[in-house]
Design a protein around this ligand. Structure first.
Ligand code: NAD
Ligand code: MG
Ligand code: MG
Ligand code: MG
Ligand code: MG
Ligand code: MG
Length: 339
């Protein structure tokens, strides 16, 4: 079994007294910065002028242009959008790293697909929380944490692993578990998970279910509650106790339906297509397509996004959620503009 590390396995000293520059103050950036500061570390923010800058300053951070923040820091965490990182790295980061600094990522994409080639005299590692940034912050505030992977790509100081672990602990991840990986494994499994299961798989499953019900003449509100709202309630049971716990709570009728109909929805062919998706990730086809899409100004991304936002499940869902004030988490709405 893989070795999972917790608070007591980690030595904080290697990171104490070092200055950490967090570059970017979006979903992950605000969470890492606030959690690290509350864990006792010295954090500055690197950003271009804009909304994120205002937010970081409101949160009490010193904000500098990226180059300035990097110059001051011993540890530089890159929390820019993956597709923006290579350009900002070339323009503002590369020449401001000093020998022995640490260059850190929360996702391995740019190193693994050679979009960023780091200098040979810095530590390079990743600390990748396995959860959305807003939950990295919310769970930390509640005394808990989101698990994280760490992986070392380059260790020039001989301390890269210890620094990575201390960083992971600083953002609260060691409360939940920290697991060693490589840039390759993190990149490929993260892309696969978000495409096939967590984001792509789940949204397509929800929409197909909603459409099947509404096209058969059932009320959209009923279809919304059945296919979207209840998803969270079911997933909470899975999160807390796995398949058995979820099945314990549902009726035996639901459990029988799960057994006989689930495999009709996700069958061997679906799994075959999952394997195709994994192959596209492994051989770089997905990465190439996404890089080109960005170079072209995101025509497909924007067109699909506009269409998705107009789906009936979104309009009916908004109306119903507005009538359930408890669904709007106050932290969520406050943090929504952190982007
Ligand atoms: P984001 O889009 O939420 O935030 C990006 C930040 O970078 C913003 O503050 C933005 O203002 C700033 N920025 C953008 N362009 C800039 C530029 N040219 N110069 C300076 N600042 C600029 O990003 P994110 O979703 O937090 O992703 C950051 C990294 O974390 C990525 O590597 C991503 O793969 C990884 N990650 C994200 C999540 C997540 O929950 N979103 C989870 C795990 C890992
Ligand atoms: Mg995002
Ligand atoms: Mg992920
Ligand atoms: Mg990801
Ligand atoms: Mg039961
Ligand atoms: Mg039911």
């Amino acid at each position: 079994m893989a070795k999972v590390l917790y608070e007591n396995d980690i030595n904080k000293e290697v990171l104490e007294g070092k200055k950490i520059a967090v570059v970017g103050y979006g979903s992950q950036g605000h969470a890492h910065s606030l959690n690290l500061r509350e864990s006792g570390y010295d954090v500055v923010i690197g950003l271009r002028p804009g909304k994120s800058q205002q937010k970081a300053e409101e949160d009490g951070f010193k904000v500098f242009p990226v180059a300035e923040a990097v110059k001051q820091a011993d540890v530089v965490m890159i929390l820019l959008p993956d597709e923006t990182q290579p350009k900002v790295y070339e323009e503002s980061i590369k020449d401001n790293l000093q020998a022995g600094n640490a260059l850190v990522f929360a996702h391995g994409f740019n190193i693994h697909f050679s979009q960023i080639v780091p200098p040979a005299d810095v530590d390079v590692f990743l600390v990748a929380p396995k959860g959305p940034g807003h939950l990295v912050r919310r769970t930390y505030e509640g005394g808990a944490g989101v698990p994280a992977l760490f992986g070392v790509y380059q260790d020039v100081t001989g301390k890269a692993t210890d620094i990575a672990l201390a960083y992971a602990q600083g953002i609260g991840a060691a409360r939940a578990g920290v697991l060693e990986t490589t840039f390759q494994e993190e990149t490929e499994t993260d892309l696969f998970g978000e495409q096939a299961v967590l984001c792509g798989g789940v949204t397509s499953l929800i929409k197909a279910g909603f459409e099947t019900l509404t096209e058969a003449g059932y009320q959209p509100e009923v279809a919304y509650f059945e296919c979207m709202h209840e998803m969270k309630l079911i997933v909470d049971l899975l999160y807390e106790g796995g398949l058995e716990n979820m099945r314990y709570s549902i009726s035996d009728t639901a459990q029988w339906g799960d057994f006989v109909s689930g495999p009709r929805v996700v069958d061997a062919e679906t799994k075959g297509r999952m394997k195709d998706i994994l192959t596209d990730i492994q051989d770089g086809k997905f990465a190439k397509g996404w890089i080109l899409e960005n170079q072209a100004g995101r025509p497909q991304f924007n067109a699909i996004n506009n269409k998705e936002n107009k789906h009936q499940i979104e309009t009916v869902g908004k109306e119903l959620r507005d009538l359930m004030p408890f669904v709007k988490n106050p932290i969520d709405s406050k943090q929504k503009d952190v982007k």
